[in-house]
Design a protein around this ligand. Structure first.
Ligand code: FAD
Length: 380
């Protein structure tokens, strides 16, 4: 077992840290205020190859792989977690298109995503309930050679900054009656709906997609009819949960850094508070959460790159890292005393960001169901 990153991965981390530290901070205040993703950054991300990190080279990507993707998301998240939130869903769309698209679809839709001409969208959640994928109500009825889409998707990342969306809709009964489509924004009857106003990850756009008698050509069916549930679940397991876990990992890096800096600088009773054992315990807890999360998340990247199934490991990494980010951010706020709840100090934003990672990409309870199912079968 080799825990050492390769030279290429270390170089990637270094260059991503430089990119994030240079490009993101000047845009953060506006992101926090407006709740908008800085779209002008997209082209720059395309130029450095991170939009197509899991897209094969023949479709304009860099094909660096899943562990590389995790490192990129972690480094971006260390500076501003909203950026990898948007980026990780972008990757979910590229994953779905790469894995389930036909040659024509891949040639048409993957290169603009890799270049940063538009953002990727993976729209699964209906207002009827994100956890209940089999209960999706958005419908797609075949009429001649088009499917007519009706319904609404909610909480969709990048909803207002994308030219085409991967959408899961109902073509038949039950879980086997779902199919996935590539819907272009300019198809009649397709439009983004309301924009959400989130407490955290504010710079990642979240909103609705609305379909009113929207005709989608048969050629835009992704995979086969009835394969929608499989596409949604595989995407969540192999790209969505590892992606959200990486966002949380980025947050944990920032939380430890902020906590340590403050503990070193703040003096009480004539000495820095880093000498107080209670503060040291908080720091140790945050450090442990960061290191454990990194091991869990990197393991999933390694498993994916080695084509090993990772349903349980992916659920564990997501659930653990997102909860760890929230509890560690709270501890960092406590270390800061009242400064911790002042807007000038980033720890309050990190807690808000961490809270938003918990339902995004599937809730902790659903991840625990996956883990419990696995554990309960272990000793049969
Ligand atoms: C910032 C953000 C970005 C998002 N981006 C996207 C996106 O790009 N694409 C997309 O499709 N979706 C996206 N989502 C939606 C997200 O995936 C859903 O919100 C999530 O799956 C939960 O669905 P829900 O909010 O409808 O909660 P519900 O499914 O209504 O769940 C409510 C509560 O019931 C619990 N619960 C449900 N079922 C069970 C069960 N069987 N056992 C125990 N407890 C259960 C849940 O854990 C939760 O606590 C995003 C969400 C957020 C916050």
């Amino acid at each position: 077992m080799d825990f050492k990153l390769s030279e290429r991965e270390e170089l990637l981390r270094k260059s991503m840290r430089e990119f994030a530290e240079k490009e993101i901070p000047p845009r953060m205040e506006a992101m926090e205020e407006t709740g908008e993703f800085p779209v002008e950054l997209l082209k720059k991300m395309g130029d450095v190859g991170i939009l197509g990190v899991i897209t094969p080279q023949e479709y304009g990507g860099t094909g660096m792989g899943n562990l590389a993707r995790i490192i990129i998301l972690e480094e971006m998240g260390r500076v501003c977690p909203a950026i990898p939130m948007a980026l990780q869903v972008h990757h979910m769309a590229t994953y779905a298109l790469t894995k389930f698209g036909n040659e024509e679809q891949k040639k048409k839709y993957l290169p603009p995503l890799a270049k940063g001409e538009t953002m990727g969208v993976m729209a699964v959640t209906d207002p009827s309930g994100g956890s209940d994928v089999a209960g999706i109500k958005t419908s797609a009825k075949l009429e001649g050679d088009v499917y007519i889409l009706n319904g609404r998707k909610c909480f969709i990342t990048n909803s207002h900054f994308s030219d085409f969306w991967v959408v899961v809709a109902r073509t038949g009964e039950g879980g086997r009656g779902l199919s996935a489509f590539i819907v272009e924004k300019n198809f009649p009857g397709a439009k983004p709906g309301r924009k959400e106003n989130k407490v955290g990850l504010r710079g990642a756009n979240t909103g609705e997609l609305v379909f009113q008698n929207c005709p989608v050509p048969k050629a835009n069916l992704l995979g086969h009819e009835g394969e929608g549930m499989n596409i949604a679940i595989q995407d969540i397991v192999e790209a969505g949960r590892p992606g959200m876990a990486s966002v949380a990992l980025g947050i944990l890096n920032a939380v430890l850094e902020q906590a340590v800096k403050f503990a070193n600088e703040r003096s009480l009773y004539g000495k820095p508070i880093n000498t107080l054992q209670a503060i040291q315990w908080h720091i140790a807890d945050i450090y442990a959460d960061l290191e454990i999360s990194r091991l869990l998340v990197y393991r999933v990247g390694w498993m994916r790159d080695n084509n090993i199934r990772c349903d349980t490991e992916s659920a564990l990494a997501k659930q653990f890292a997102c909860e760890a980010a929230a509890r560690s951010a709270r501890k960092a706020i406590e270390i800061h005393g009242s400064y911790g709840v002042m807007k000038e100090y980033p720890v309050q934003r990190l807690l808000r960001d961490a809270l938003v990672t918990i339902p995004a990409g599937g809730t902790g309870e659903i991840a625990k169901l996956v883990m419990a199912r696995h554990a309960l079968n272990m000793f049969k």
